[in-house]
Each structure stands twice: as structure tokens, then as C-alpha cells.
Design a protein around this ligand. Structure first.
Ligand code: SF4
Length: 218
């Protein structure tokens, strides 16, 4: 029996995902870096699809950072209401924009430690910013990444911070951000929460070449 290596499994999964999804795209739609921070904040306990339905109106009504920094929280609440938790999300979004515009001159911090000091910014959004905006190693642990990484045996935790820490030890830093983007699409289309389509799984076919007895943990 071939000896399992988490790094090898991650490498094969990454290659398979690259083949299936040549374009590694963030599932959240944005034009400006601060807009990704807002979309990331809105995505807490909400689907990316719903966020993408709401942000065009939000960014249309408030077309730059200053207008959001000066926005009335109650007005923002009305627009983002479909994303849920709209009181706290609106408050943190406006407060974050105030800090970004008035205190930081619009410069987005480039470390996770600095980013998570901003209102409403957790590790997931901070990693999105590090990977997509600053092009630095990032591991965005969303629900798809955590579920599939557990199934593949890369990690054995559902805690996002612990999952991020484990995956950082396994994924090549220069590929980790794109890996996380691709796994979101894979999680929606193939390895879904309720009914993974193992029969048509490209990761499985890659893994079986190296580990003929590999079985995911469901
Ligand atoms: S074999 Fe099944 S459980 Fe494993 S990654 Fe593929 S779809 Fe998911």
C-alpha cells in the first residue's frame, strides 16, 4: 500500500483543480480592493451568489470609498438587508470605510494581523485580500474548502482558523490562494455538501493514480 502524504494529496488535488478550472477566480465580484473587503464582510453566513446580487446596488449608490465612509448606516442597512445580519454588517462596513479613508488614506493593510483589526474583517476576508489584492500567500478557509479538505484527509478540523493553519503547512504558498478559489467552484459543482459526485470527480481520478486505495472520508 502506498504511504499517504498530505502534501502529495494536496499537490494532486491542486493539479486536478487546475485542469478542471484553469481560471482561478474569486467567487465574489468586485472592481476595487475596498469593495472586496466589503463583499467579504457581506459573505459571512451568506452565499457568494447573494452577495453578488447585492453589491451592484451598494457600489452603484456609493461609487467610491469616501461616499461609503460618509454613508448613513441605516441607508446601507436597507441595501444589504438580503445578506442577513444587516445591522452589524452595515455598521462594520461603514466604520471600516471610515478608517480606510480617513485614517489610512485609502491604503489597504498588507498583513493579516493589521487587516483583522479593521471592523468586521475576519481571517477569511483578510486572506482574500492578502491573496487577491496583495498577491501574497493566503488560505481562504470557507465552508467548501473546509469540507473538501476534511474529506480528502488533508485536515481533520472544522474550525476555520485551525484549518487555515493546517493547510498552510501542506499547500505550496504560491498556489494556496488559487487552490482555495478553485475549490469553491468544485464544492458547488462536484463535491457538494449533500451529495458529492465521486464517480465523476477529477480529484479522485488523480489521487487513484498515486494511491489506488484512497477513499475520501464522508
Ligand atoms: S472523491 Fe468524492 S468526496 Fe472525494 S473529493 Fe471527489 S467528490 Fe469529494
Amino acid at each position: 500500500m502506498a504511504r499517504y502524504s498530505k502534501k502529495k494529496i494536496a499537490q494532486l488535488a491542486e493539479q486536478a483543480l487546475c485542469e478542471r478550472y484553469p481560471e482561478a477566480q474569486c467567487a465574489l465580484v468586485y472592481d476595487q480592493p475596498y469593495q472586496l473587503m466589503i463583499a467579504g464582510r457581506l459573505s459571512a453566513q451568506c452565499t457568494d451568489a447573494r452577495v453578488n446580487l447585492v453589491t451592484p446596488e451598494l457600489f452603484g449608490r456609493y461609487p467610491d470609498l469616501k461616499s461609503l465612509a460618509d454613508a448613513r448606516i441605516t441607508d446601507v442597512e436597507e441595501i444589504i438587508r438580503p445578506c442577513g445580519l444587516y445591522h452589524t454588517k452595515a455598521e462594520s462596513i461603514v466604520n471600516m470605510c471610515r478608517i480606510l479613508y480617513y485614517d489610512l488614506d485609502g491604503v489597504i493593510p498588507d498583513s493579516i494581523d493589521e487587516l483583522i483589526k479593521l471592523p468586521g474583517i475576519g481571517r477569511k476576508t483578510a486572506n482574500l485580500i492578502m491573496g487577491d489584492i496583495h498577491k501574497k500567500p493566503a488560505v481562504v478557509c470557507d465552508t467548501h474548502c473546509i469540507r473538501i479538505s476534511n474529506r480528502l484527509g488533508l485536515i481533520s478540523t472544522k474550525d476555520p482558523a485551525a484549518a487555515e493553519s493546517e493547510l498552510r503547512k501542506i499547500l505550496p504558498p504560491e498556489k494556496s490562494s488559487d487552490f482555495c478559489h478553485r475549490i469553491v467552484y468544485f464544492g458547488r459543482e462536484v463535491c457538494t455538501a449533500r451529495k458529492p459526485d465521486c464517480e465523476h470527480c477529477i480529484i479522485r481520478s488523480y489521487l487513484l493514480k498515486a494511491y489506488p486505495d484512497h477513499i475520501c472520508k464522508l
